[in-house]
Design a protein around this ligand. Structure first.
Ligand code: NOJ
Length: 779
């Protein structure tokens, strides 16, 4: 496929200028509106200028002094766990450019001192780490942050994570993960923003801004790394690392946009993915890494491979041997190799240069952006962590407060029959807390949280006890245990030891204890879902059922007749179809982070109001997967029986869905002009009113459908959203703009980006099933 014609680039440039003009246009309009108008979101932009000339010259002057081995050393990144004289030696000889997984500031400073003072060219090391949803203070997992539909919140969370990580000397995070995921069997769905490219792009930009600040090198910030480029979320069967096959349409319209958004937001590094993309491994895929990323998108930073992904090119049936793997990843566009204890680059690129398979200028091209990044990060001037500052930064109570607010804002209320929630504090004398996840710190924070202090985490049980005090008896029974058939490779990182597996008799006793506890209480709050090692990397499943005996226990507790609240702790939609019919209240809390227990208690007892929305379509059962809202339609769509004859073709909960303790109405949908010219922008406004008795948040969501085109168009696509807070009876007008950026798509028929004349449907409402409708035309 041709990706970059000159005309196409000019068209992009024009489109960008038009969108800039239309972003500025409504500002005038907004000012003249009544006070309660919420203008379209105008995101803060970050500096994405091409690399400064002086930075380039400085990098080039270093390159001019480097031996081939030193250059290749800079292209190598190694895992480092604990002290190692070998690592020190490598730093001294300039054989390594970066380490990952070192979190002790004293060790970081020691290694850095060796590189800066003892290596020949004094090039500092770049320390990297998976700062995914927090460093010491753990925020809700990324899918939860996306459920907040609040990019500002995601930006703030990642800026706190950056502050904590950079305090210990980590200047590079392997985040954000922006892989679109439409298959909840895939464990890593927890690490991204869900199924939608528009929401995913907003979250990508916000996280890049949060990590990097206004520009690379901003104090207290770190270099971000958008991953896993690209298509990893489409693994066949949801099996982690499996091949994916994506059409050009899916790539351009769905899977690539969040990466492009991150690049446009100035992300400094990109991680290549593990899997085969249409039969070419992403880590050896020159079309992806060079043509799309570097040529088409003008990416100025560097590409790092995923861990051992270069070596893995052999197991794909792609590279002949380790030397071939190194050359092919390198020539495809992988600047830096992430290796476990050694890299293929280190071992084989020197020979490739000697034998002329790789030229010196190719090596220079690869090392230049790495050195530029180190320069821009200020590492040459400021290579060390200030150890005296570490404790106060990591212990900052404001960080924990922010994590609690984030957990409250990302919870999604899925059902609340008869207004069972919020629970009236004074109405219950005896609360039964049940479930294997209710008192597990590890499961409260979720995966990818290696540098946290487990003692700081508040479990749901602890949060509820703290909220209710001694006047209410809060008793706990786990009821069931959870376990994987095949153990997780991440078990070694867990800081809480799991209890020994129960005997059969214990299983029966514990199950009974939990049911008896519910029977004796006024209300039962169940914490069910998946333990954290059931979700994340190497945590895919063939089923979405509640693991273990949770479903049985749920049914037994419901059978007691006591009011039941089900709180879900998980990183993927699970099969709660039975619960949706039989349980009065369901709250999706995800893995809510360090302060999750406090947040959940606030939500359950009405000191916080849920306002999150699903960033993913929630299936009724696993057989519906993949199921997503922005699908196409063909033959007799209205005839349910032609779809599944045994199951609805609709999801259990639509994308964008989430309730509140209040109610909201949408009205007065207005489109600025019924018809606009090609490339022009329209404004859309809608009134949102809080029709309930509590203050709460609603997310106004705008969906568009192009009625006909050169290619079939999805039934609807998200093209705008805003989360707003409304007092009871308060009404606000929310505004959106739809410009070329929102109305263009990549047409498989035209084989290029198009904006096409025709009629468009538009809906605004509280989720992807919104009914309030208008149309407009492009001439
Ligand atoms: C493998 C994972 O796929 C990637 O997301 C992570 O950043 C690296 N390991 C480093 O831990």
């Amino acid at each position: 496929m041709s990706t970059t014609s000159f005309a196409e680039r000019i068209r992009f440039l024009l489109a960008a200028l038009v969108s800039l003009a239309v972003l500025l246009l409504p500002l005038g309009l907004v000012r003249s509106q009544q006070k309660k108008t919420v203008p379209p979101v105008k995101e803060r932009t970050v500096k994405t200028d091409p690399v400064d000339r002086r930075v380039r010259q400085r990098a080039d002057s270093i390159i001019a002094q480097m031996t081939p081995e030193e250059k290749i050393g800079q292209l190598s990144q190694l895992f480092l766990f604990g002290e190692s004289t070998k690592a020190e030696e490598s730093a001294r000889k300039g054989e390594v450019g970066s380490f990952l997984f070192v979190t002790d500031p004293a060790q970081i400073n020691r290694l850095q001192k060796i590189a800066v003072q003892e290596s020949r060219l004094h090039i500092p090391l770049l320390f990297g780490f998976d700062v995914i949803h927090g460093f010491r203070t753990i925020f809700p997992v990324p899918i939860a942050m996306a459920a907040s539909w609040d990019p500002g919140l995601a930006e703030k969370a990642q800026s706190i994570a950056a502050r904590e990580a950079s305090a210990v000397g980590i200047r590079w995070t392997f985040a954000p993960m922006v892989d679109i995921a439409r298959d909840p069997r895939w464990g890593r769905i927890v690490e991204g923003a869900g199924e939608d490219p528009f929401l995913g792009s907003a979250m990508a930009r916000a996280q890049v801004r949060g990590f990097q600040g206004d520009s690379l090198g901003s104090p207290d910030h770190v270099l971000a790394c958008v991953k896993h480029f690209a298509g990893y979320g489409a693994a066949e069967g949801g099996r982690d690392y499996d091949a994916c096959y994506l059409s050009d349409t899916e790539l351009w319209n769905v899977y690539l946009p969040p990466f492009k958004a991150a690049v446009e937001a100035g992300v400094g590094s990109v991680m290549s993915a593990y899997m085969d993309l249409n039969d070419v491994p992403a880590t050896g895929n020159r079309w992806l890494l060079h043509d799309v990323l570097k040529e088409n998108w003008k990416f100025q930073g560097f590409v790092v491979s995923d861990a051992n992904a270069v070596k893995d090119l052999e197991s794909h049936g792609f590279a002949r041997d380790a030397a071939d793997a190194a050359t092919r990843a390198f020539t495809a566009g992988v600047n830096m190799e992430m290796g476990f204890v050694a890299t293929n680059y280190d071992k084989h690129l020197p020979d490739a240069v000697k034998q002329g398979r790789v030229s010196t200028s190719q090596i220079d091209e690869a090392v230049r952006p790495l050195l530029e990044t180190k320069i821009r990060l200020g590492l040459f001037e400021n290579p060390y962590a200030d150890q005296a500052r570490v404790a106060s930064v990591l212990g900052n109570p404001e960080h924990r407060e922010a994590a609690r607010i984030a957990a409250e804002r990302s919870a999604v209320l899925l059902k609340n029959q008869g207004g069972l929630l919020p629970l009236e504090k004074s109405a219950y004398k005896k609360v039964a807390v049940i479930g294997p996840l209710a008192d597990s710190k590890q499961d409260t924070i979720g995966s990818w949280a290696f540098a946290q202090d487990i003692k700081e985490t508040v479990t749901p049980l602890e949060g509820i006890r703290k909220k209710l005090g001694s006047a209410v008896s809060v008793d706990y029974a786990p009821g069931v245990q959870l376990g994987r058939k095949f153990p997780s490779p991440f078990l070694i990182f867990l800081k809480e030891k799991s209890a020994a597996a129960w005997t059969e008799q214990q299983e029966k006793d514990e199950f009974k204890k939990a049911v008896d506890l519910a029977l004796s209480a006024d209300v039962a709050v169940l914490f069910f879902g998946e333990s954290q090692i059931m979700s994340g990397e190497a945590a895919s499943r063939s089923s979405l059922d509640l693991p273990g005996k949770q479903q049985e226990l749920l049914e037994a507790v419901v059978a007691t007749g006591k009011p039941v609240v089900l709180v879900l702790m998980n990183g993927r939609p699970l099969n709660v179809t039975w619960a949706s019919e039989h349980v009065r209240a369901i709250l999706e809390a995800w893995y809510p982070g360090t302060q999750g227990g406090l947040a959940i208690a606030n939500l359950l007892f009405g000191d916080a109001v849920p306002g999150g929305k699903l960033p993913i379509t929630w299936p009724r059962n696993v057989g519906q997967v993949p199921i997503y809202y922005s699908h196409n339609l063909t033959q007799s769509p209205e005839n349910q029986g032609t779809r599944y004859w045994n199951e609805e073709s609709t999801p259990l909960y639509p994308f964008g869905f989430g309730l509140s303790y209040s109610t909201f109405s949408f009205s007065n949908l207005k489109v600025s002009q019924p018809e606009v010219g090609l490339g022009q922008t329209i404004s859309v406004s809608v009134e949102v009113e809080n029709t309930g008795t509590r203050a709460g948040d609603e997310v106004a969501q705008l969906y568009v459908h192009q009625k006909a085109g050169s290619a079939s168009r999805p039934v609807r696509e998200l093209k705008g959203f805003q989360r707003i807070t409304l007092a009871p009876r308060e009404k606000k007008t929310v505004q959106f703009t739809l410009g070329p950026e929102e109305l263009q798509y990549w047409s498989a028929a035209e084989r290029k980006w198009v904006i096409e004349p025709g009629t468009f449907d538009l809906w605004v409402g509280a989720d992807s099933a919104a009914k309030l409708h208008a149309t407009f035309k492009i001439r």
